[in-house]
Structures are given as C-alpha cells and as structure tokens.
Design a protein around this ligand. Sequence first.
Ligand code: NAP
Length: 508
Amino acid sequence: MSTPTTGPSRRAPITPADPAVFVGFGASGDLTRRKLVPALINLRRADALPAGFAFLAVIRQADVGGTLAEDVLRTADEHLDTPLTDEERGWFLGRIGVVVGDVEQPALYADIAARLAELQAEHGTGGNALFYLATPPQLFAPIAAGLGQAGLLDEAAAGGWRRVIVEKPFGSDLASAQALNRALAAVLNERQIYRIDHYLGKETVQNLMIFRFANSIFEPIWNRRYVDHVQITVAESDGIGSRGGYYDAAGALRDMVQNHLFMLLALTAMEPPISFDADAVRDERLKVLQAIAPFTRAMVQRDVVRAQYASGRVKDVPVKGYPQEDRVAAGSTTETFVALRLQIENWRWAGVPFYLRTGKRLARRVSEIAVHFRQPPFMMFRDTGVRSLNCNVLVIRVQPEEGITLHVDAKVPGQALDLETVAMDFKYDDAFAQTPSTGYETLLYDALTGDQTLFHRADSTEVGWQVVMPILEAWQSQPAPPCYESGSWGPEESHELLERDGREWRRP
Ligand SMILES: NC(=O)c1ccc[n+]([C@@H]2O[C@H](COP(=O)([O-])OP(=O)(O)OC[C@H]3O[C@@H](n4cnc5c(N)ncnc54)[C@H](OP(=O)(O)O)[C@@H]3O)[C@@H](O)[C@H]2O)c1
C-alpha cells in the first residue's frame, strides 16, 4: 500500500507565485526567523518564488535594524534541512529592506509606503504586496487600520493585489473575534484576508480531502450507517515552555480546540464541496461547525473534561507541574487538557459521537483522526473459538509519521480459528520523496497565489467561538480542574467519558 502505483516519487511542476513584496511585521520575532524565512527559502529552492520578489521587514527597535538581515538568516539557516548557500545569502540580502517604527504611529506607514515603492521599482514586483502580521495579537487590528489609513490596502491605487495574513490567536472569545473581524472588514475585503492556521499547512490535513473525495471506496461508508464514532487526538508531550504568559490566559480550549481540532473535525465530517474552489470548500467546512449541537450547561458537565498537568515523567525525564511553570498565576485554573464529546446534527452524522481530546505533557506527541467503524452486523463465528470481533479503525496520522493506517481483523495462521488485528499502513515518507518543510510553505505559496482554501473565513472563526463559549462560561462557575500526571494520557475523567458509552480511547 505504501508505493505509488503510477511510478516513482514524483512532484508536479510548480508555477512560480506572483511577483510581490513580502512585508513582515514582527520580523525580529521567533516566527519569522524559525518558520517564515526558512519557508520562503524552501519555496525558492522549489522554484515556487518569482524572480520579482523582495522582503520588507518592519521592526520597532532601531538598534536591531543594522544586523537584522544577518540575524534572521543565521536562525533561518538552523531551521533548513540543508545549509544556506552563498548564492542564497546573496539573494536574500540583496532584496531585504528594513523599516523601523511603532505600529501605532501613522508615520510608520508613510515610511513603509516609501520603502515599498523603492523595493517594487528595484525588483520589478508590480503593485503586489503580502502583509504578514507576525506580532502579538493585540496589534493585528491597529496594523490593519494603519495600513488602511495610509492607502496601502487599496488595490486600485496600488495597481496590484494587497493581501494580509493574520496570525493566531484569532480573538480570545466570540466578542473579540467579532471585533477583530469588524476591524479587518473596515479596511479589507474578505478575499484580501488570510487567517492562517498552521495545522492546515500539513500534508496529511490537506490530504484528508483528497483521500475522501479523490477515492471512491471511502465516501459510501463515511456516514452514520457504517461509522460507530470518531476520535480526534492532538497530544503534545511538551509543556507550555516559555509561553506561560499567553497560555495561562488562554488554555487548551482556546489555544487548540476552537481552531485546530475544529478544523480537523470539519475536514473529516464535511460534505463533498461542489468544486475545489476556496469558498466551495470553506462553505462545507462552515456547515459542519454550524451543525455541532450547542453545549448546554448539563452537557458541559457531562461531556466536557478539563484538567491541568501535575509533575511526572515524560519519556523518562522528570518534569514539573503546570503550577510550577514560569509566568503561571498562583492558583491558576487554566486547563492544559480538554476532552469532549460532541454531536454533529445533520443527515450524515446524526447519532455518531465525535470525541476530541488535546493536552500538553501527555505520553507522546501525536495528532491523529481515528474513524471507528461499526461491528459486523452478524457474528457468524459464534460456534468457533472466536469470542468477539474488533471494529475496523481507519487512522489518519497528522504527525509524526504522516500517513494512513487501516486496522482489519485477519486469521492467525494455523489450524485453530483465531483472529488478530493487523494494520495496512501507508507512510508519506515511504511513498513520496520528502520535501523539506517548516509547515508554512504551502500556506505562503497559496497566499502569494491568491488561494484562500486553507485559510479561515470570518464566519468560521466566529462559529468556532460560538461553539466553545458555553463551555468557557460554564467553567467559570465550576471548581478548579482536576490534575493528571505528566506523561500519562490525561485524567481518569477523560477515560470515563468514553467508558460511559462502552468505548475507549485509542492508545496511539
Ligand atoms: N512562533 C511560532 O511558532 C508561532 C506559531 C503560531 C503562531 N504564532 C503567532 O505569531 C505571532 C508572532 O509570534 P512570535 O513567536 O514570532 O512572537 P515573538 O517572538 O514575541 O515576536 C513578536 C514580534 O512582534 C514585535 N512586537 C511586539 N510588540 C510590538 C509593538 N508594540 N510594536 C511593534 N512590534 C512589536 C516584536 O518586536 P521586538 O523584537 O522588538 O520585541 C517581535 O518582532 C503571534 O501572534 C503568535 O501567536 C507564532
């Protein structure tokens, strides 16, 4: 199953993206150094960047400006699969401009406009510009407003396209997400807004649609008649690291469930779109979120589990508990683990529970979607030694070892009739030549070519928040969450959530 049937590993030729200036706000930050610049270099290595390309770094500290380009390249080099060549260094250094200033001061945008015009003329990029907001989230709206007031988002005046990539988190609740959408809509059309979710940059996530809709064998059984339930797991073995300040105010439900897990859920459960057009796909993803049964207080009590990691051992290394982490408030009740059971109320999925879980400091780092199929309708082996049948499980692994595994029962060789579950396994790395990736290449390429399919639309961000708001509100009047041991698979309550339904979590 792991070898492509039409020949050796192959890669479709790629059309270079449109000429453009990439304008990076927060260009001195971690994301730009570790992910964005390496991704741009990987795109160039794949011949996906146009000849007309320039990078304009927007930073706030003048003393960083002189060495920024070299500094960014140094970190980028550490995150590339193969070291930067002198030619690549020359390429980047020859097309980077730096503007220094405070994003809340209008003067900065006049400087950006002037430097942008110079880079456009020098590198033949036309009027196209991609603004990437890699800054703290409270600056997203002020930067959009500043760009708008300076006329930098006006495509007619620019003579080219103007697009804005907005990083996560997209709001911290429904009201703040709505306010951010309003602030963006005041200066941009929806087709200019790219709300990024790096989970959608992963091959397996994109492959979910291909897997479902480019093959004819799965879709007929992808429904309530054949599927018993679905489990979606996004487990991390890391703790919160240095993100205590952000994480303690957010928690796992806001940080992971409302965006990444809901997107995996939507891709798993959506109806076939009428085309691969961005809005056709996004319409179907939205309908899944709209069909989630609203959480009442009783449902939150019964179907949602939250917990916080205590000390323990992860991969045999002792680790501290969440309360002992840096920049975590004393007595914090922030959840680092969430498990929940939800229902999608539509024709395809009525009665099929979807179980979602995510957490930090769990036993392993793994993200997967496991579709559990129903038991065969009739036990024809009842007079043999076979006492029970396992249900078939289709596992779509998002990370690590991206791939797909189908678990089926097979006869153990020999005279006795005995069954064992075996795995049919497809691993991306075995089937296709690996492409170096930070996970941002596809998303940057899509933004440069104007494909919004893998980006969130305003309506889906708001519906995602609408679903989780009753949970956040109910938690306010609930006692502090229980603890789970670091290195485990979460609290006992999470296992009980499935046991109550006669099911159990997979051990990935
Ligand atoms: N890092 C990741 O892997 C990752 C992953 C997913 C999402 N994100 C999101 O991406 C965004 C950036 O993350 P990051 O990790 O790069 O953060 P970071 O390392 O803290 O960098 C933030 C950048 O914003 C600049 N900045 C902060 N306050 C500013 C202000 N008042 N005016 C102008 N510039 C200001 C910083 O400038 P100074 O250098 O001068 O402080 C820095 O360049 C965040 O929204 C984050 O949630 C990051």
